[in-house]
Design a protein. Structure first.
Length: 729
């Protein structure tokens, strides 16, 4: 037969009462027995005395010595018997007193122990009830996001296990104290009024808050059952937020109010549960606020409060689908602030942030309801304009541009300044009908606005062609990366011929890509990708390695000077990325003299950083290499660079060379350049020599070397045996 925990573990108060009652009964029985024994002893002594008196009186007149002697003997024996009884009863009384004192002390000690146990021990049933409450307090995303409902769920479960009438949660708000009052049933208006007035003040007092404070009370009814309540019997248990704990979203504490009598153990358990609820309620409110902030900032820019790129992309995708369903247009504006970096550099980033915030306010104020202004990042903004044609998009863009031009900002010194913006406009489905094409196209339109003087609005011109060009460039970049990894980038060698004797004096190294099917692709097809996607370093290293390896394999012709090797370098090498050091190591590895190598950089790239170019040339010559300036004459004020920088070779831009037979101006420019270089000790190379007439013309001018299809085609390797001079062909 099984027993419940309640049957096995009696409440400690019942056990204490039972033991005290039994010990008290024992003491009473012992006292009665002691009193009865004393009475018997006194009665025996009294009877002895009566018998002796009667015997003396009756036998006194008989003078028989024997009778007198017997009487004396009897009297003596009675005396001894009385003495023994007296000693016996005295000893018994002493033992009784001793046992009584022991029982009394045992009773006092047991009562004290029982009372101590009653305040410290909790039976199994109470612990199980506590566990049932705590098991239901489970945090989850759904509960935290709706913490008020979560609190009511907890109270509902709490009430099923520990019935109560009211529950209070106190918060510190900006305006004062806020008190949430939860009714655990339907009460009369009188009870509710009393709960609002009396219990709220009691709660404030128990939470060490001013009792005269006027809290803002919010009432909630958790249960719909009718529940009688005698307000005078309500017992309250309040638990404040611990002083060592951080403030939990303004939580001050909680209070439990019940009219049911509570034992010491129940009070202790409920107080423990309330302590857990303090942390759970406070944490839930904090986490709820945090989740709301995270959800907000997942779609908003924290600096300007505008939507962010992620949300903007989702809205554009949605608008594309909606536009397709309803057959209407929509436009996208892409704004980029002109020279915004100068603001950060001149006034500091805090000022730049203030500018961005003010532009965010301006965008919100100038767009229609339903339009979506967005900060994509940095100084780039976008606006989604639903159901807006290209003309409407341009109108909005122009309005924004003018508004920004007329907006004054303030520097840290209080000085006003203005800023402009370039805006690209694209319309779907007219210009693009996919997200990728739409964003690529509007970026191209913005680039066009920047390119045409900034502070302007541009739409997408020849959009499909530009988008495809961008895709082709990226495709070439990926193809080039794979080719570099698979060593399919190889050098071709184009002869550079001496105009005086027709001998091959040098070879220019030209990069070629070999497709997996064996097709050879010239550098012009992928150079844009090289520059745009930062592949120049890997390409330069590959070409230098393969070219010097081929140079080593070239046979040395007795009595002939080994041809020079011209190698193109990207503009980034001017910044000192270690390419010259790499070339020096490769020269040692392949036993090629640095004096046999001429590095060339285009004039456009060389003049972009004059101070860097000087350092580069100095380092180049220290290592024993020579230098050629490629495409000379294509830049503005080219002769100025001849004065500022020293070159071993100048390669005349082919645009002038190919036209010298048809243009007197071009002829004069090339001829005078040739004369100037001779005076400066610089060798000249004419590019794009594509005919016999051009060959004869540049020889007559005095050009030192010629390069072009007419004098030599690019070859996959340098010749390993002596070749005929060009003049003998």
């Amino acid at each position: 037969m099984g027993y419940s925990s309640k049957q096995i573990l009696q409440p400690i108060d019942e056990v204490r009462d039972q033991v005290v009652e039994e010990i008290t009964t024992l003491l009473e029985n012992q006292t009665r027995t002691n009193t009865f024994a004393a009475t018997i002893s006194a009665l025996i002594q009294e009877k002895h005395q009566d018998i002796m008196s009667d015997m003396r009186r009756n036998l006194a007149h008989i003078p028989l010595p024997a009778i007198a002697s017997a009487l004396h003997e009897t009297e003596s024996q009675f005396g001894q018997l009385d003495h023994c009884l007296h000693v016996l009863f005295n000893e018994r009384s002493r033992q009784w007193r001793k046992n009584s004192n022991f029982l009394y002390k045992l009773l006092v000690d047991f009562d004290r122990t029982a009372q101590s146990l009653a305040t410290t021990l909790v039976n199994k049933e109470l612990l199980e009830r506590q566990s049932q409450v705590l098991e239901k307090i489970i945090l989850s995303h759904e509960r935290i996001s709706k913490w008020q409902d979560f609190v009511q769920d907890i109270l509902n479960d709490f009430h099923e296990i520990f019935p109560f009438h009211f529950f209070f949660i106190a918060f510190a708000e900006e305006a004062g104290v806020s008190l949430n009052l939860y009714h655990m049933g339907e009460y009369s208006d009188e009870i509710k009024s009393y709960a609002r007035r009396h219990f709220s003040k009691t709660v404030l007092g128990q939470l060490n808050l001013p009792e005269d404070a006027e809290p803002d009370i919010n009432e909630y009814q958790v249960l719909d059952i009718e529940k009688p309540c005698t307000v005078m019997d309500v017992q309250m248990i309040a638990v404040p937020v611990p002083e060592h704990a951080p403030k939990l979203a303004g939580l001050l504490g909680v209070a439990f109010a019940s009219a049911a009598p509570l034992t010491a153990q129940e009070t202790s358990i409920i107080r423990a549960i309330l302590s857990v609820m303090v942390m759970v309620v406070g944490s839930s409110k904090v986490l709820s606020r945090t989740l709301m902030e995270l959800e907000y900032y997942s779609v908003h820019d924290p600096l300007t409060g505008l939507y962010n790129r992620r949300h903007f992309n989702e809205l554009v995708e949605y608008e594309l689908a909606r536009s397709e369903r309803h057959q209407h247009e929509f436009s996208v504006l892409l704004l980029d602030l002109d020279n915004f970096k100068d603001i950060n550099d001149s006034y500091g980033h805090p000022c730049g942030d203030a500018v961005l915030r003010k532009i965010g306010e301006l965008l919100r104020g100038f767009v229609r309801k339903g339009d979506t202004p967005t900060r994509l990042g940095g100084d780039e903004f976008a606006v989604l304009l639903p159901e807006t044609s290209s003309a409407g998009g341009q109108k909005v863009a122009e309005t924004l541009r003018e508004a920004l031009v007329n907006t004054f900002f303030e520097s840290p010194e209080g000085k006003p300044f203005r800023i402009t913006t370039s805006i690209g406009v694209i319309t779907s489905p007219t210009d693009a009908n996919s997200f990728t094409d739409l964003m690529t196209g509007v970026d191209i339109a913005l680039y066009s606005a920047k390119k045409h003087g900034k502070n302007s609005v541009r739409t997408l011109d020849a959009g499909e062609k530009r988008i495809q060009e961008n895709r082709d460039t990226r495709a070439h970049a990926e193809k080039l990366r794979i080719a570099l990894e698979e060593s399919r980038i190889m050098p071709y060698f184009q002869p550079i011929v001496c105009c005086r004797n027709g001998e091959v004096s040098a070879y220019e190294t030209l990069a070629r890509l070999r497709e997996p099917d064996g097709e050879i692709v010239s550098a012009g097809a992928f150079m844009d990708a090289v520059e745009k996607y930062g592949l120049a370093l890997d390409l330069d290293r590959s070409i230098i390695f393969n070219a010097l390896e081929a140079k080593k394999a070239q046979a040395k012709i007795p009595g002939k000077k080994s041809p020079l090797l011209f190698i193109n370098l990207s503009a980034e090498e001017i910044q000192g990325r270690g390419m010259l050091g790499f070339a020096e190591e490769m020269c040692k590895q392949f036993d090629v003299a640095p004096s046999e190598i001429v590095f060339e950089i285009t004039e456009r790239d060389a003049i972009s950083d004059m101070s860097g170019m000087r350092r580069f040339l100095s380092n180049l010559r220290q290592k024993g290499f020579a230098f050629a300036l490629d495409d000379f004459g294509s830049g503005y004020n080219s002769f100025h660079y001849l004065r500022e920088l020293r070159f071993e070779y100048v390669k005349v831009d082919g645009a002038f060379v190919r036209n010298i037979l048809n243009s007197q101006v071009d002829y004069a420019l090339v001829e005078n350049l040739c004369r100037l270089c001779k005076d400066l000790g610089i060798k000249t190379v004419a590019e794009f020599v594509e005919s016999e007439a051009l060959w004869q013309a540049i020889r007559n001018m005095g050009i030192d070397y010629a390069q072009g299809f007419h004098v030599g085609l690019p070859l996959p390797q340098m010749p390993t045996e002596e070749i005929d001079n060009y003049g003998t062909h």
